[in-house]
Design a protein. Structure first.
Length: 233
């Protein structure tokens, strides 16, 4: 009974999160634009699947992915620092490729880029940039580097790249960067970073463990804009 009450409470939270967006979109379509739904049955079943799927994913992540990543992050301190850095890069690269939102953005970007880069190429570039940002974040933790010493140069680099990169490719870069902050990367990489920060001697997890997702976003944007410059977009 306790589990059932817990599940209903969590399911209610998902419904409350999804419902406002659904109501706004329905209001726009049905009231403002006076346009009927293509299929009422498809909409209802799709909404039910969305709520149940989101509920199951969030619970699954809380039960498996996040504890596993947190535990792995805590155990990383037992390895030597170069190996920790390599592992962080591999995890960041692999986790990015399974982000569902990135696939959609990459295919749309391929159409806009008009042959300059493929969807697969965009996904690989995004994964590489994310992995680089993840690696820098892990280096920040294990060497206890002040966040500003990394953030300020990274922002300056992006500003310079933005000057020379075509606006279209710059926009694609930031959209791809945003697409990486999804339901796979955030829980996994944050848990790894916080787990590692809690076990590194002399490191405060509240200051060192956070900020890593921001660095991965900057890494993605820099990676794609750099290619955009060389491709002449």
């Amino acid at each position: 009974m306790e589990f059932v009450m817990f599940a209903l409470k969590e399911l209610k939270g998902v419904v409350v999160s999804v419902l406002p967006l659904v109501l706004i979109l329905l209001f726009l379509k049905l009231v403002v634009f006076r346009s009927p739904l293509e299929s009422n049955k498809q909409f209802i079943f799709g909404l039910i699947f969305t709520i149940i799927g989101l509920f199951l994913f969030l619970q699954g992540a809380q039960m498996s992915l996040i504890p596993l990543a947190d535990s792995a992050g805590s155990e990383l301190v037992r390895l030597n620092r170069p190996l920790i850095i390599v592992i962080a890069f591999v995890i960041g690269f692999a986790a990015t490729l399974v982000e569902p939102a990135l696939t959609s953005v990459a295919h749309e970007a391929e159409n806009i880029a008009v042959g300059a880069v493929t969807a697969k190429g965009i996904m690989l570039l995004t994964a590489f940039g994310f992995a680089c940002g993840m690696t820098v974040g892990i280096i920040k933790i294990i060497y206890n580097i002040n966040f500003l010493y990394i953030l300020v140069p990274a922002l300056i680099l992006l500003a310079v790249l933005g000057i020379f990169c075509n606006q279209t490719f710059a926009a694609i870069a930031f959209d791809c960067a945003g697409a990486t902050t999804g339901p796979v990367n955030i829980p996994v990489n944050m848990a790894i970073a916080l787990g590692l920060a809690r076990t590194v001697e002399g490191v405060d997890p509240l200051t060192a463990g956070f900020g890593i997702i921001g660095l991965t976003v900057l890494g993605v944007a820099a990676s794609i804009m750099t290619i955009g410059i060389f491709r002449g977009m």
